[in-house]
Write a protein that binds this ligand. Structure first.
Ligand code: FES
Length: 286
């Protein structure tokens, strides 16, 4: 005799969460997708992470209905699913905006301007950490180090990188996202909404034009250490005075091979944002 996941949850002493059901057509569509995902794994429970992305792609966050669906599909208890869904910050537990704007405020990004960017975005958007703008477009949040410290300060939108940001470029970024203007990350695929991102993370093909070809790669700053280790000289950094026009019309004058964001900032925070300079102060340097 088999028991349902809810029965197993009760038998473990876990209180059952009342969860409204998906409409029949939605449930049928999700079941088809879920079966495709589960078939990729020798053990069905290994499919839990992509299934959570799948239900997140449906509703924009992981609801109790979504967790119950995952439990039913995988033969797990809702307690087991909840334990995973609440552990990873990529799963949202509350409704959130089309664009998750995360400002890295870990140590290096913070001192390079991340704290200032976060404060100015809070004021500019009128929201606090984890809150969403009234138009439902942008959710602002602190994020932890995303291993892109060589491009600090970093902002991520739906987990795509925007390197070397300043308060000014970050404000323009969120303005463009809210206005629906095209936005291109520094490294990675073209921007899409949070729900669309979740479906790709569930393991379904990204069919947007140029999405596959635009896969991220290491930028020049990441390769400096390797060059030095090989005894090669590191490339010189080109720093333009604040706002100085270049051939690209932006303050950042890239090498021809460099992948650019539509929202790149100058490569030197102290030059681009004198109000928040990086490095030792004049007094400290004496
Ligand atoms: S401290 Fe911000 S990416 Fe590492």
């Amino acid at each position: 005799m088999t028991t349902s996941s809810s029965e197993r949850g009760v038998s473990l002493g876990m209180p059952e969460l009342p969860a409204p059901a998906y409409p029949d057509d939605v449930r049928a569509r999700l079941e088809t997708d879920a079966r495709e995902i589960i078939a990729r794994y020798p053990d069905s429970r290994s499919a839990l992470l992509p299934l959570l992305h799948l239900v997140q792609s449906e509703e924009g966050h992981v609801t109790r209905t979504g967790m119950r669906f995952c439990a039913d599909m995988l033969g797990l208890t809702t307690a087991e699913v909840t334990a995973v869904a609440t552990f990873y910050t990529m799963y949202r537990r509350r409704p959130s905006g089309d664009y998750q704007v995360g400002v890295c405020t870990n140590t290096l990004c913070a001192v390079m301007g991340g704290d200032a960017i976060f404060e100015e975005l809070q004021e500019h958007l009128g929201v606090g950490n984890g809150e969403t703008t009234d138009d439902g477009k942008v959710t602002l949040e602190h994020i932890e180090c995303n291993a892109a410290c060589d491009f600090a300060p970093v902002v991520m939108v739906n987990w795509e990188f925007f390197d070397n940001q300043t308060p000014a470029t970050a404000k323009r970024l969120v303005d463009d996202l809210r206005a629906g203007r095209p936005v291109t990350p520094t490294r990675g695929a073209p921007m899409c909404t949070f729900k669309e991102t979740a479906r790709v993370l569930a393991g379904f093909p990204d069919e947007r034009e140029g999405a596959v070809e635009s896969g991220g790669s290491a930028g020049p700053a990441s390769l400096v250490g390797l060059k030095l280790a090989k005894g090669e000289s590191a490339p010189a950094r080109v720093v333009h005075p604040r706002g100085e026009p270049t051939r690209t019309g932006t303050p950042h004058d890239p090498s021809p091979t460099e992948h650019l964001s539509s929202h790149d900032a100058p490569q030197d925070t102290s030059a681009s944002d004198p109000a928040h300079p990086a490095g030792p102060t004049a007094e400290e340097g004496e």
